[in-house]
Ligand binder design. Sequence first.
Ligand code: SF4
Length: 318
Amino acid sequence: MEITKKIMEKQSYRFIGNHSAIKICEWTKKSLIDKGECYKSRFYGIKSHRCCQMSPWILCNNKCVHCWRPIELEICLDSNKINEPCEIINQALEKQRKLLIGFKGNPKINIKKYKEAQEPMQFAISLIGEPTLYPKIGKFISELRKKGKTTFVVTNGLQPEILKKLGENKQLPTQLYLSLNSHSKELYEKWHKSNKKDAWKKFNETLKLFPVLKTRKVIRMTLVKGLNDKNEHIKEYSKLILKAHPNFLEIKSYMAIGFSRERLGYDKMLSHNEIREYSKKLVKELKNNYKVLDEHKLSRVALIGKDKKNMKIKKSEI
Ligand code: SF4
């Protein structure tokens, strides 16, 4: 096994087939011992202990400064050997169950939750890489939907044509996330170091496409102190956001975790109060009935949207 994968396995990543991976989320672990639920549980109603955090495509066409993944290290994969969605799903479930066995002996474990966790009902397709680069992403989402599982897909927005196709084929995830971290082309290029030449243009195409995509849509902003959190840029951010007209916005502090710690330190994290203040200012600029709906202090995140009633995912939205 190549060195990068070995390092990542030490950090509890598990690889599946040629281009996929899973890792048990810290919130899944916490939930199993009743030590809290993640903010997506609080905001949208998913169950942290029944979540499978994974990626069907471990490579990305960006190298974002805040990324917790090892962007400095090369991961090699044989992209000629594409795995089938069902193979990946079955293996992800199997590996998740294997990783969970270790928790069985923990005296603090909530046994009811442990039993439920054997069948994850939420797929957080955001672990590493860019999911829309997986050539069978549409079928992958459809298969999960058939099994009644919610799917959260986080994209960098550089493949608007794929998102459009997912929309046309009714294969969009339960909740589609777009990461927005730069207010201008100049910052975008510094921040994301994309290997796609027209990345800023593609990203803007996705913003424009967003309103016609029929699913729950979220824009996630990860703020890094002194880099993209300046008040003078709120107007530019709000213009970009209003192009996309998302259902929700998650305003989140950068967290010094994983490989990102080598690039940015703890002093680059915003306090929850700073997140709260920034969100209030953004809402003021956005107007259009956007308001701060909720927050999760531990994760230093605020949720912006229009109506609290729409926060929780309904069965009909899976
Ligand atoms: S939704 Fe995200 S944060 Fe919550 S348990 Fe799943 S992977 Fe973790």
